[in-house]
Design a protein around this ligand. Structure first.
Ligand code: NAP
Length: 268
């Protein structure tokens, strides 16, 4: 009888990271949620490809990940430009020879409402970057995933895309369209082993909020107080949900739009 408890000394030790062995592309990685996600994914064992338009800012995040012992590189592309996006995703897939996952997180800044004052420029910016750009990136990603038998995509939507949004009408309408696209892609690519999900963060403490706080002190405390869990979301907390959805631990989860909002979406 063999000893079932014996340890095989010749077997390579698993590092135990949630994303060990995976190559993951993160868009919008030059700051905010994307930068936090790229760092967390590297800590969880992934080789990470960071994307955005600002090469200098991207390189700063890449340098930080490498200094912490992670593996990371950068590709520059503009989601407003379809050719640039196709080429950027292809470069990302080539860097480490495969693509297991993509966190489509980049987002163009939004103008506040109300609806009656929404400008054509805001509607165009939201449609071009936050919808058409995401769509193009998603279309470009499965080719590399099919080559390795599957993969996982996570799109960053928003709490605003789950309900009415008098504050950010164009942005929120486009995020809801992204939710629909996420569900359709999940069903379209399911039999190819490609899972597609989205996150719907509530107010998350990135630069934009610090600027709003500087312009109107008390904003962060007021927004946080309205959240059932009593505070705003940290970028790292959005990244944690993305890491799980991109990992094999979420193997039967697809077509979901997961709120990361401290209960905001159910509180109304
Ligand atoms: P952020 O700090 O403004 O970062 C946005 C990222 O997107 C940057 O890395 C930016 O890099 C990149 N980007 C913008 N336009 C791009 C383009 N045309 N092509 C390629 N990259 C582009 O935003 P964040 O607050 O971290 O938000 C990240 C995502 O979460 C967005 O989709 C946002 O809508 C969503 N979200 C945020 C909150 C929040 O409260 N912060 C709440 C809900 C949802 P470059 O400028 O270098 O290109």
């Amino acid at each position: 009888m063999t000893d079932q408890t014996a340890i095989d000394e010749s077997a390579p030790a698993s590092k135990g990271g949630l994303l060990d062995g995976k190559v993951i592309l993160v868009t919008g990685a030059s700051r905010g949620i994307g930068a936090a996600a790229a760092s967390l994914f590297a800590e969880e064992g992934a080789e990470v490809v960071l994307a955005a338009r600002d090469e200098t800012a991207l390189q700063r995040v890449v340098d930080g990940i490498r200094a912490a012992g992670g593996i990371a590189d950068a590709v520059v592309f503009d989601l407003a430009d379809a050719d640039s996006t196709w080429a950027g995703v292809a470069r990302a897939a080539k860097l480490y020879g495969r693509l297991d996952g993509a966190f489509n997180n980049a987002g163009a800044p939004q103008q506040p409402g109300p609806l009656d004052v929404t400008s054509e420029e805001d509607i165009d910016a939201q449609a071009t970057v936050n919808f058409r750009g995401q769509w193009t990136a998603m279309k470009a990603q499965p080719e590399a995933m099919r080559a390795i038998g599957g993969g996982a995509i996570v799109n960053t939507s928003s709490l605003g895309g789950l309900r009415q949004s008098t504050d950010l009408p164009a942005y929120s309408a486009i995020k809801r369209a992204l939710n629909s696209l996420t569900e359709t892609a999940a069903v379209t690519w399911a039999r190819e082993g490609i899972r597609v999900n989205a996150l719907a963060p509530g107010g998350t403490l990135t630069d934009m909020w610090n600027q709003w706080e500087a312009a109107q002190p008390g904003t962060i405390a007021a927004v946080g107080a309205a959240v059932p869990l009593g505070r705003m979301v940290e970028p790292r907390e959005v990244a944690e949900a993305a890491a799980w959805l991109l990992s094999d631990r979420a193997a039967m989860v697809t077509g979901v739009v997961l709120p990361v909002d401290g209960g905001g979406s159910v509180a109304g």
